[in-house]
Design a protein around this ligand. Structure first.
Ligand SMILES: C[S@@+](CC[C@H](N)C(=O)[O-])C[C@H]1O[C@@H](n2cnc3c(N)ncnc32)[C@H](O)[C@@H]1O
Length: 269
């Protein structure tokens, strides 16, 4: 493991309890509003119909919250994460119809990915984690071989343009239409650089983890090089959401999407 990957691994193990407490079975507002409805919509073209099971690889599954939602819908799920503590917590929940199989795998390491059995998958999903992973080339290379043609790789990101480690949120006042108006904006100073920066994902998180910042072209080009094309793309923001504090991602920032959702389709073997 690289030093950054070691640090990330330790951080996620140390934060596993807090992460699990905050995400539980329904997830936070980012999961419920900005990600899950899009993931389910992207999967609608591939409904479970009772014939051959549809097999999904849930990459960096955390406490298994998405895996459980998928299993409740009848999808067979292989759920992987490199945090032993998070996998232990995921296993402690109910396993709907026994459709989920959990495994500790470091997806930045090709030899760890080889420990997965010889299955090919209909789809892979990586929800809010590619930017948490020190090296993502091994995953894309793995998916090139392991996703069936016509299958998909669905992933969500902290929007690399608007919600990266250099983002500064601000509120300013302007005089407009004979009154004062608050204007919410973000300032970005770094977008094209590829760099790691420490941060926290949850309030109250004691141990920071790394964010691996990459521009959108980095992700898309890796997909293109590995036989995928983009066929669904959404930039998601809170429309009606109450803002917990003025500068949190809520309706004050409804014009600025904090999350990017992508579906890539596999074209070739
Ligand atoms: C923000 S959490 C997302 C968890 C889950 N997908 C969800 O939507 O709740 C990021 C996850 O990435 C995992 N992760 C980071 N680097 C990894 C790696 N190299 N291999 C496997 N999992 C990794 C962490 O352990 C953590 O569970």
């Amino acid at each position: 493991m690289s030093d950054e990957n070691d640090f990330t691994h330790l951080a996620w193990n140390l934060n596993a309890e807090l992460w699990d407490e905050k995400m539980g079975t329904e997830g936070n507002d980012f999961f419920r509003v900005l990600q899950l409805p899009y993931i389910l919509d992207y999967l609608k073209s591939y409904p479970v119909n009772g014939d051959a099971p549809i097999h999904i690889l849930d990459i960096a599954c955390g406490n298994g919250l998405l895996s459980r939602k998928l299993a409740e819908l009848g999808y067979k799920v292989t759920a992987i994460d490199f945090s032993e503590n998070l996998i232990e917590r995921a296993k402690a929940y109910q396993n709907p119809s026994n459709l989920i199989q959990y495994q500790v795998i470091d997806v930045s390491d090709p030899s760890s990915l080889q420990q997965l059995d010889d299955a090919v998958y209909d789809h892979a999903i990586c929800n809010m984690a590619l930017f948490d992973i020190a090296s993502i080339e091994p995953i894309f290379e793995f998916l090139r071989k392991k996703i069936k043609p016509g299958g998909t790789f669905i992933f969500s990101l902290l929007h690399p343009v608007f919600n990266n480690s250099s983002t500064i949120k601000s509120v300013e006042e302007i005089y407009e239409n004979e009154g004062l108006k608050e204007v919410f904006s973000v300032k970005i100073s770094k977008y094209l650089s590829i760099y790691a920066a420490k941060g926290i994902a949850l309030s109250g998180q004691k141990h920071p983890q790394y964010y691996f910042n990459r521009p959108i072209e980095y992700y898309l080009n890796l997909g293109f090089q590995n036989g995928f094309v983009v066929d669904r793309f959404n930039e998601t923001s809170f429309k009606e959401q109450e803002t917990k504090n003025t500068l949190s991602w809520g309706s004050n920032f409804h014009e600025i999407p904090p999350v990017l959702m992508v579906r890539m389709k596999k074209m070739e073997r």
